[in-house]
Design a protein around this ligand. Structure first.
Ligand code: IPE
Ligand code: IPE
Ligand code: MG
Length: 246
């Protein structure tokens, strides 16, 4: 099956988000350390990002490290942070070549200095790119994001900058880390787990969910095509009836 020919280029999801899961199990299956899985996961990131750029998908958001992931063994956390720094350094050229703009969401101030500096630099150096916007969710937790937004809005209410009656969905959106992103259209999770794990809870309200039973390092161009194809075969009703849509 050639999925390339089957997807409708005019009906692409505007915003694809991915929970990249299963690196550890991928490595364990091969009798290796979890870290080996993370290293190979980087390749899958590169493939996916380049493919989204080729397809001209406007927004790609990748869940790379959650607020809960800080509770993993110290060595694993350190390795993930080291991999992040190395990948950012290595990929800057490719991002520019593909006209990709990098962004990040999460508690970025809790990242090690080296990682946050590298991140800032790549964000800055790709800021003029007008193709795909690639957003990395790093030290990201949706509840933490919502809590931060509530605090910021409350403080504006207290200082008479906003009145409570004027708090609507747009105001809430504007105070989330993701204020520059549209709602998610297609959410993919690899590894066979069927959960959201504190990712973009507000932003996926009407996303189409796609769960695939392959570990992240094995996620290929073909798998992404399958996900898009599945998305295109769904009817997004947003509460209306099917008849109202046609
Ligand atoms: C995803 O793979 C990467 C991160 C969460 C950083 P995991 O490391 O969660 O791999 P599994 O789920 O344990 O196999
Ligand atoms: C979600 O994966 C976080 C990322 C992919 C970065 P986890 O592996 O941390 O999720 P749980 O713990 O299985 O729900
Ligand atoms: Mg996992």
């Amino acid at each position: 099956m050639n999925n390339n020919e089957e997807i409708d280029i005019n009906k692409l999801p505007k915003h694809v988000a991915i929970i990249m899961d299963g690196n550890g199990r991928w490595a364990k299956q091969r009798g290796k350390m979890r870290i080996f899985g993370h290293e190979n996961g980087v390749e899958a990131v590169r493939r996916t990002v380049e493919q989204c750029a080729r397809l001209q998908i406007q927004y790609l958001t990748l869940y790379a490290f959650s607020t809960e992931n800080w509770n993993r063994p110290k060595l694993e956390v350190e390795t993930l942070m080291r991999l992040l720094v190395a990948s950012l350094r290595k990929e800057l050229k490719t991002l520019n070549k593909n006209n990709i703009r990098l962004n990040a969401v999460g508690r970025l101030d809790s990242l090690p200095k080296k990682a946050s500096n590298e991140l800032k630099e790549v964000i800055e150096k790709t800021s003029e790119n007008a193709g795909t916007t690639l957003t990395l969710a790093l030290s990201y937790g949706s509840r933490e994001e919502i809590k931060t937004a509530v605090k910021a809005i409350s403080s504006k209410v207290k200082n008479n900058i906003i009145s409570p009656e004027n708090i609507d969905e747009d105001v809430i959106n504007a105070h989330l880390y993701t204020h520059f992103l549209p709602d998610v259209d297609l959410l993919i999770r690899t590894s066979g787990e069927h959960r959201i794990s504190n990712f973009l809870l507000w932003q996926i309200a009407y996303a189409e969910l796609y769960f695939i039973d392959v570990f992240w390092p094995d996620f290929s161009e073909q798998h992404l095509m399958q996900a898009i194809l599945s998305y295109q075969n769904r009817e997004r009703r947003f509460g209306k009836t099917s008849e109202q849509l046609s």
